[in-house]
Design a protein around this ligand. Structure first.
Ligand code: T3D
Length: 263
């Protein structure tokens, strides 16, 4: 498929999906939603893809919804934002959080509005030191969407979640790391190499088991301990039936590097 709003390429087990509307700071319009959906489905269904790497082109990662697509005036009917969230943003977040392989996000610049929360939905987030995160919604009368209220409350705690969401204050990547919102913050010139190395490392791993691990950790936010122990038992049963488990144990016994297949 020819893309006009993203770049998509698969190489060495890693599918790199780069948001590519740099003059609009990679904000989402309908075409970009469609292309991202199609690319994530292709990555999900392609057995040669073992890890997804999401990033942005230009000086921004993503500025959320393209506001120039919203014709808001006193005499025009209000746009149906509930439909926009249900039909576009929620399916996007679910594609990321239900991807049967790990998802790395390399935040190359400002991540605002839904752009910030799309990053938080990925499994491991690495940001360039010059990147920043803004819950911009309150500046235009909206509430954090794309899972923002879910992630912020869990990752940052109520006080910081409320501060970020009610003020729309920008935090830099180092603060996002210190607050536990992201995994790492690296010098700008190192972002591409560090995120690609990490994605390749995960792509070489037991990717089905890694996806089951995400499922367990995300469920832990809602479960009590007995329910979580029960879920762990059931997911471990699935992991234990995988070829990767057999290969991991064999490689350990033979003192060699495992060759995982993701099956
Ligand atoms: O509508 C629905 O479907 C509901 C769902 C909503 C989800 C959401 O994400 S709502 C939140 C939408 N996003 C925002 O409110 C962020 C708006 N952008 C900004 O606040 C700032 O651009 C940033 C803080 C992100 C970056 O500031 P700065 O000074 O580095 O850059 P800039 O000059 O503001 O932006 C550069 C260009 O990108 C500029 O275009 P120009 O003047 O050079 O032609 C700017 O208009 C454009 N741009 C930035 N963000 C958006 C955008 N154009 C359209 N939509 C944007 N979101």
């Amino acid at each position: 498929m020819t893309h006009t709003t993203i770049e998509y390429r698969s190489d060495g087990g890693v599918a790199t999906l780069a948001l590519n509307r740099p003059d609009r700071l990679n904000s989402f319009n309908a075409a970009m939603h469609a292309e991202v959906r199609e690319a994530l489905d292709a990555a999900r269904d392609d057995d040669a893809v073992r890890c997804v790497l999401l990033t942005g082109r230009g000086r921004g990662f993503c500025a959320g919804q393209d506001l120039s697509d919203r014709h808001v005036s006193a005499d025009a009917a209000a746009p149906d934002l509930e439909a926009s969230i249900r039909e576009n943003y929620n399916p996007l977040i679910r594609r990321l959080t239900e991807m049967p392989k790990p998802v790395v996000c390399a935040v190359n610049g400002v991540a605002a509005g839904a752009g910030a929360n799309i990053a938080l939905a990925c499994d491991i987030v690495i940001a360039a030191r010059s990147a920043s995160f803004i819950q911009a919604f309150c500046k235009i009368g909206l509430i954090p969407d794309s899972g923002g209220t879910w992630w912020l409350a869990r990752l940052a705690g109520r006080a910081r979640a409320m501060g970020l969401a009610l003020t729309g204050e920008r935090i830099d990547a180092a603060t996002a790391k210190a607050w536990g919102l992201i995994w790492d913050c690296v010098d700008d010139e190192e972002l591409a190499a560090r995120s690609t190395t990490l994605a390749r490392q995960l792509a070489d791993g037991p990717t089905m088991g890694l996806a089951l691990t995400r499922q367990a950790i995300d469920a832990a936010f809602a479960n009590d301990l007995p329910a979580q122990l029960d879920l762990e038992a059931s997911l471990q049963g699935r992991a234990g039936r995988s070829s990767d488990y057999r290969e991991g144990v064999a490689a350990f016994a033979e003192k060699r590097k495992p060759r995982f297949s993701g099956k």
